[in-house]
Design a protein around this ligand. Structure first.
Ligand code: ATP
Length: 193
C-alpha cells in the first residue's frame, strides 16, 4: 500500500487568512501531497499572549476556511499534547497514531533559515521530508540543498494575521483578506475587536 502523503502546515492562525489558504491549497494540489492538515498551535501557558484568540475559536475559523475541501483538514492534535509543543514530538505522536501515513512538514523558506534552532532538528531532517515554499529575501540557507528538503514556488500574498487583527480592532473591513465564511463569522462576533 502506498502511504498517504500528508503535509502538516503549523500555525497560530490568529486568524487564518487567504495567505495561509493559498499555501495550503497549493501544497495539496500542486505537489505530491494527498492532503494538507492545518495544525492549530495552542496557547503556550508559559507565554500567554493577549492578542491570541482562544484555541477553539481559532480552530473553528480554520474549519470555516476549509469548508468541504476534501484535501484540507483542520487539526487540533496539539491541544491535547504537553505544552509547549515541539514539532518533533507532535510528529512522533502522529506517526504512532497514523502508521500508514507519511507526514511531510510544510514551511516557508524563512523557517528553514531558523530550523537549526528547533528541538532535535537533525532528527527532524533525518526522519521527515520538508516541503518549503519560497518567501521573499529568504533562500532557505544551507538546508535548501538538503536531500529531504524540496523548495516550491507557490503564489504569495503579502498579508499577515497581525494586519487582519489591526483592521478588525480599528473597525476596518477584512473582506477578501480572509475566506468568505471567516469574514461572515468575524462580522457576527466580537473576536479581535
Ligand atoms: P502573525 O501576523 O500573527 O504573526 P501570520 O500571518 O504570520 O501571523 P501564522 O499563524 O504565524 O500567521 O502563520 C502560519 C504559517 O504560515 C507560518 O509558517 C507563516 O510563516 C506562514 N504564513 C503566514 N502568512 C503567510 C503568507 N502571507 N504567505 C505565506 N505564508 C504565510
Amino acid at each position: 500500500m502506498i502511504p498517504k502523503q500528508i503535509g502538516l502546515f503549523f500555525g497560530s492562525f490568529n486568524p487564518v487568512h487567504v495567505g495561509h489558504m493559498i499555501i495550503a491549497n497549493y501544497m495539496a494540489t500542486q505537489t505530491p501531497l494527498d492532503e494538507v492538515w492545518m495544525v492549530v498551535s495552542p496557547q503556550n501557558p508559559l507565554k500567554p499572549k493577549a492578542t491570541l484568540a482562544r484555541d477553539y475559536d481559532r480552530l473553528h475559523l480554520v474549519q470555516l476556511a476549509i469548508g468541504d475541501n476534501p484535501r484540507l483538514r483542520a487539526s487540533d492534535i496539539e491541544f491535547g499534547l504537553p505544552k509547549p509543543s515541539y514539532t518533533i514530538d507532535t510528529l512522533a505522536y502522529l506517526r504512532e497514531k497514523h502508521p500508514h501515513a507519511a507526514f511531510v512538514l510544510i514551511m516557508g523558506s524563512d523557517n528553514l533559515d531558523t530550523l537549526p534552532r528547533w528541538k532535535h532538528y537533525e532528527l527532524l531532517l533525518r526522519d521527515y521530508r520538508i516541503f518549503a515554499y519560497k518567501r521573499p529575501n529568504h533562500s532557505g540557507g544551507d538546508l535548501a540543498g538538503h536531500p529531504n528538503v524540496r523548495i516550491f514556488e507557490a503564489p504569495l500574498m503579502f498579508l499577515s494575521a497581525t494586519y487582519i487583527r489591526k483592521c478588525l480592532r480599528q473597525g476596518k473591513s477584512v473582506q477578501y483578506l480572509v475566506p468568505d465564511a471567516v469574514f461572515e463569522y468575524l462580522q457576527q462576533t466580537s473576536l479581535y475587536r
